[in-house]
Write a protein that binds this ligand. Sequence first.
Ligand code: F6P
Length: 323
Amino acid sequence: MKKIALLTSGGDSPGMNACIRSVVRTAVNHHMECWGVYSGYEGLINGDMRKMDSSDVSNIIQRGGTILKSSRSKEFRTEEGRKQAADNLKAKGIEGLVVIGGDGSFQGALLLEEEQGIKCVGVPGTIDNDLYGTDFTLGFDTAVNTVVECVDKIRDTADAHNRLFFVEVMGKDAGFIALRSGISVGAEAILLPETETYVDQLIEKLERGWERHKSSSIIIVAEGDDAGGAYEVAAKVKKKFDHYETKVTVLGHLQRGGSPSANDRLLGSTLGHAAVKALKAGLSMEMVGQINGDIAFTPFKQAVKHHQEINWNLLELAELLSL
Ligand code: F6P
């Protein structure tokens, strides 16, 4: 394989730039031409791409977002859209594609290869960490650190005023950010999409804290929790438990931005390198991840079908430590 392309797709995540840098420089190192596609599959359909060299990826490893920009393309969900995208690649003699994104992006890559014969390898890039076949996805570690930094600040003011805070974090289908950050900030409770939320039990817990003269409480709510977002849960609790003044903070998109952590830079560099080597070796329709520190390949078909399981031991630990 002499020519490859790469794109970032879906929600951006810190570490994508480190991965782009690694893909481009590994390709150059292996005497392959590397084309950067702008705005994900949207750019592939519009032929918005240009050849990249080592110097094009200088000074980006520390930057959040993605220099290639990203999108969620509706047109790529149609066969015509995918054909147009493949024709643009074929016209340039590009045979392989590295897709950095989440499971929606891999579903697209799977179809691009099955229907149009473009060889694709995926790198898991999403702050949600909900992909099967890797311990961590690009951006997750940074997002968790961002949440921890923010909630520590909220704790200061919550404590100063004896307040109860509901903090909403991202994760519409998965509670990985909520669970990991919740334990790290010593949250009094963590509400996840993976578990049922019983408001009465939450209130009982808060009552116990109140009796023990707790001066503040923090409840981390994943946006996809079944009891609703942080505003809804806060309203339900407030009706029956009004000992503390109640406040809500939705952290929102600030969790997606910022300079990547060292872990995410390392992961992006490692997986980008492995993705190019895989394409060169003739591998395709696979996602490259890392399991227990080792590079691991998972077929797209499995990666998009399964979801990574929440770590139930961590959830138990959170329960135990938040008495
Ligand atoms: O998939 C990552 C994610 O950040 C989710 O946690 C969140 O629900 C969603 O993207 C928001 O997406 P957007 O801002 O692109 O609409």
